[in-house]
Design a protein around this ligand. Structure first.
Ligand SMILES: N[C@@H](CCC(=O)N[C@@H](CS)C(=O)NCC(=O)O)C(=O)O
Length: 256
């Protein structure tokens, strides 16, 4: 069975698990923390030399980098809704996936700068502390984040989803960064100036498997007010992982 290494609190890990649930592909979620488990010598040697999650082992095919994993799974299983066959439609999805890494992904810096001081009870975090304890981000990260939101708002003004009339890998990847920051979840981004993004959030929430993959968001809640430190995060990851495993088990029963 496909093994997915990672934790529910990771954006790119959720981006890999969600299409699997959507398409009824069973997987074995191997809870792998980014700071400890993914930095173990065996993981670095056998799975991912960069020590990040997600990574997969698909009956001996070992891959890391969420977009490479997603494209591999789409091509292997023929998920043409998410990764279209048509040359131009696929190029539009691919365009977003390349854009994502140094642009939309910068939103995670803002999320982690809100989350980690609250988890560690740090009220006087300085730049040095942020550099050591959160995603480091780009020098001009704030500007990149604002520009990314503007570009995505514009794209969603031209079509219902990022690369056309229905959700593709572009939407899955983008949603993991943007969706979590909503006031009703992490509460660290105000989307009131982005009506197209808000409309798209509603459409994304209706996709199959959404609630199973994203339970972690309500378990952690407002990232500026996490109580109980790392234990709360670890407990939330375990509980959310169980919900995902239960959803995978339901696939097994439906497929049997
Ligand atoms: N570009 C990678 C990013 C993966 C990534 O940043 N994962 C985080 C967890 S959300 C991680 O493992 N961080 C640990 C590190 O950077 O050392 C992908 O899309 O898979």
């Amino acid at each position: 069975m496909l093994k997915i290494y990672g934790i529910p609190n990771s954006q790119p890990v959720r981006a890999v698990m969600w299409p699997c649930l959507m398409h009824g592909l069973a997987f074995d979620l191997q809870l792998t923390s980014q700071n400890k488990d993914a930095k173990e010598p065996a993981f670095l040697a056998d799975v991912n030399p960069r020590g990040t999650v997600p990574a997969i082992d698909d009956e001996g095919v070992v891959l890391w980098e969420s977009h490479a994993i997603l494209i591999y799974l789409c091509e292997k299983h023929g998920w043409r809704d998410l990764w279209p066959d048509d040359l131009v439609a696929r190029a539009k999805v691919n365009q977003y996936l390349h854009f994502h890494h140094r642009n939309t992904r910068e939103l995670v810096v803002h999320w982690s700068r809100s989350l980690w001081p609250s988890v560690f009870g740090k009220t006087d975090a300085d730049e040095g502390w942020f550099r050591r304890n959160t995603f480091p981000g780009l020098e001009n990260g704030r500007a990149v984040r604002r520009q990314s939101l503007g570009i995505i708002e514009g794209m969603l003004g031209r079509s219902a989803f990022l690369a056309g009339d229905s959700a593709t890998l572009a939407d899955i990847s983008a949603y993991e960064e943007l969706g979590q920051n909503q006031p009703k979840f992490a509460n660290c981004e105000d989307y009131s100036d982005y009506p197209n993004i808000r409309r798209w959030f509603t459409a994304m929430e209706e996709l199959p498997g959404h609630d199973d993959v994203h339970e972690i968001w309500s378990l952690i809640g407002d990232v500026n007010r996490v109580e109980g430190g790392m234990r709360t995060i670890a407990r939330a990851n375990k509980q959310a992982a169980q919900t995902i495993r239960d959803a995978v088990a339901r696939i097994g029963r439906q497929g049997a």
